[in-house]
Design a binder for this molecule. Structure first.
Ligand SMILES: Cc1cc2nc3c(=O)[nH]c(=O)nc-3n(C[C@H](O)[C@H](O)[C@H](O)COP(=O)(O)OP(=O)(O)OC[C@H]3O[C@@H](n4cnc5c(N)ncnc54)[C@H](O)[C@@H]3O)c2cc1C
Length: 370
């Protein structure tokens, strides 16, 4: 009976286990992760930080028994072809999936600096954030505005230091609108946070300044590492039977992706490889962020290249179009548009830019093949 051992049990690792069972895999499936169970991360910065009773589990405990997936609460220390080990145990493994994610970068400052990635990080911040607390949040990605939203909701006085309009590469022009909303709600300083700032005015600093892939387990194993575990389009490493997915990996000719949907999509791809089945055409990448009352979403690529053009649909949606093909879309508070754009892109449905721009034409109508 074949064995699959998965190192890391958040969205990417868990999705491999679930995908294998859905696909009828009859071998043994083991997930090794230091946490008690499989936890999701996106709700940490939004719902969990400000709310009670937020369930972060990717599946109930019964799921593991029902699906014969073994959860080993431990840290994987290394692997070689056919085996994985922790400090106390060794596991036979025909397939090894590295899904160890990423760890946050921090800032070297005299004030207490918090980072934000895990449940423990969220608990630590919940203990200190509250009315009257003055917090500086540094970062130019999705996380800084999300944390700023929650910190403000908790009554803290928030200052965001960002050297750029956050997440323009994800939301394109719409990132400017998100930035304007954030600037209305909290103090925004348009530069990096360094020791040269007046740090005394803050009780604490949160560094949301990006992540490093958690590659330690793959070091000295012969696996190629270069800003993440390097993989091919099937998420195979250079060692036979060893795969890497989610935030820890990078496809050899592409930048590293650290978004939730990539964790899920890369897992699905590995399931096909292990099962020897043909994958469907990949869906365009989807990213979302909840910040300052906006539901921001994007699918595909929203920065046009030279031969492509940008189409606006009202104030809250943009599309990138190449000839009659849709390449990507971003929208604020317009879920239907993203759903429709995903369908149009993945099915290669021809679009007419004038119709896309016309808010009198329902977007659903454009998802029908002409
Ligand atoms: C607060 C927050 C909010 C986010 N919000 C969004 C959002 O709105 N939209 C979006 O698209 N993305 C968002 N993301 C990004 C998204 O959550 C990540 O891309 C996703 O979690 C990556 O999944 P992963 O399974 O690859 O890695 P991770 O989630 O990092 O999980 C890796 C797991 O591996 C375990 N592990 C590490 N080393 C070992 C080892 N040696 N042995 C065993 N286990 C190990 C870790 O404990 C962890 O459980 C957010 C991330 C954070 C932190």
């Amino acid at each position: 009976m074949p064995n699959t051992v998965i190192l890391g049990g958040s969205v990417a690792g868990f999705s491999v286990a679930a995908g294998l069972r859905d696909a009828g895999y009859t071998g043994s499936v083991t997930i090794i992760d230091p946490h008690e169970t499989a936890l999701d991360r996106p709700p940490l910065s939004t719902e969990y930080l400000v709310g009670d009773d937020v369930d972060l589990a990717l599946a109930p405990d019964t799921w593991f028994t029902d699906n014969a997936v073994t959860w080993v609460q431990d840290t994987a220390l290394g692997f070689e072809s056919g085996a994985v080990w922790t400090a106390n145990q060794r596991f036979a493994a025909d397939h090894i999936v590295i899904a160890t994610g990423a760890t946050p970068r921090t800032l070297d400052l005299p004030e207490p600096v918090y980072t934000f990635r895990t449940l423990a990080d969220a608990d630590a911040l919940r203990d200190v954030l509250g009315p009257g607390v003055s917090v500086a949040i540094a970062g130019g990605g999705l996380l800084a505005p999300e944390l700023a939203t929650s910190a403000k909701q908790l009554g803290a006085q928030v200052t965001v230091y960002t050297p750029q309009v956050p997440a323009t590469e994800i939301f394109g022009e719409l990132a400017e609108q998100l930035y304007a909303t954030m600037s209305d709600q909290v103090e925004v300083v348009p530069r990096r946070l360094t020791v040269d700032e007046e740090l005394d005015r803050f009780d604490l600093v949160i560094a949301a300044v990006g992540v490093e892939p958690a590659v330690q387990v793959a070091e000295n194993t012969g696996v190629t590492i270069d800003d993440g575990v390097v993989v091919d389009e099937h998420y195979r490493t250079n060692l036979a039977g060893v795969y890497a997915i989610g935030d820890v990996c990078r496809i050899h000719d592409q930048p590293r992706q650290d978004h939730w949907d990539h964790g899920r999509a890369s897992a699905a791809r590995v399931v096909h490889t292990i099962m020897g089945t043909e994958p469907d055409a990949p869906l365009p990448q989807w990213v979302w962020s909840d910040q300052f009352g906006h539901d921001a979403q994007a699918v595909g690529r929203v920065i046009p290249q030279a031969h492509e053009h940008l189409v606006h649909r009202g104030d809250n949606a943009i599309f990138v179009v190449d000839g009659d093909q849709l390449i990507g879309a971003a929208a604020l508070d317009e879920r239907m548009i993203i759903r429709a754009a995903t369908r149009i892109i993945s099915r290669g449905i021809a679009v007419d830019p004038e119709q896309l721009a016309d808010t009198d034409i329902s977007i659903r109508q454009l998802t029908r093949k002409r």
